[in-house]
Design a protein around this ligand. Structure first.
Ligand code: FES
Length: 163
């Protein structure tokens, strides 16, 4: 796993400055800049958040407010893949607890944790707008609906194969 200790690479800093230059105010690039950092490091460490804030002319607290508002921006380390299982009302009604329990057993983690091989992080999430196909979840950037246990098993096996 890439460590978050080194400063942002020069290429990332240059991309952030380019994003900022394209906005009316540099802070308009906040989400895109944070996503860029996450794409490189999987998550946004506090030192990296501070660097981005400085590049965008924002306070670190303001930028942290943006980072923690969006649940697809990770402020803690995650595995190579992230499963976000919806825990809002439609998915509850449609049995997401059974799916969550199965995932926890299969992966050997609790919600919020990452597997020992660093492959998968399991996170709960608020409604992801796929209620008509509840229970629903996001696996990395892909939306899955009408999820059942065979689907989970298939997806987990596929994720474990991927780098
Ligand atoms: S309640 Fe789960 S997708 Fe909306």
């Amino acid at each position: 796993m890439l460590t978050a200790d080194p400063p942002l690479p020069a290429t990332v800093r240059a991309e952030i400055l380019a994003l900022a230059a394209a906005e009316l105010h540099p802070r308009g690039a906040a989400v895109a800049a944070l996503r860029l950092v996450q794409a490189h490091f999987r998550w946004i460490s506090t030192p990296h958040l501070r660097e981005v804030a400085e590049l965008l002319g924002m306070s670190a607290d303001d930028l942290d407010g943006v980072a923690t508002y969006f649940n697809l921006l990770f402020r803690r380390p995650v595995g190579r893949h992230v499963i976000m299982l919806c825990d809002s009302v439609s998915c509850w009604i449609m049995g997401r607890e059974r799916l969550c329990a199965h995932l926890c057993r299969t992966l050997g983690v609790k919600p919020g944790e990452t597997t020992a091989d660093d492959a998968i992080t399991l996170l709960p999430t608020v409604c992801i707008g796929h209620c008509d196909h509840a229970p629903a979840m996001l696996v990395d950037d892909t939306l899955h609906g009408d999820v059942d246990i065979p689907t989970l098993d298939r997806l987990v096996a596929a994720l474990k194969e991927q780098p």
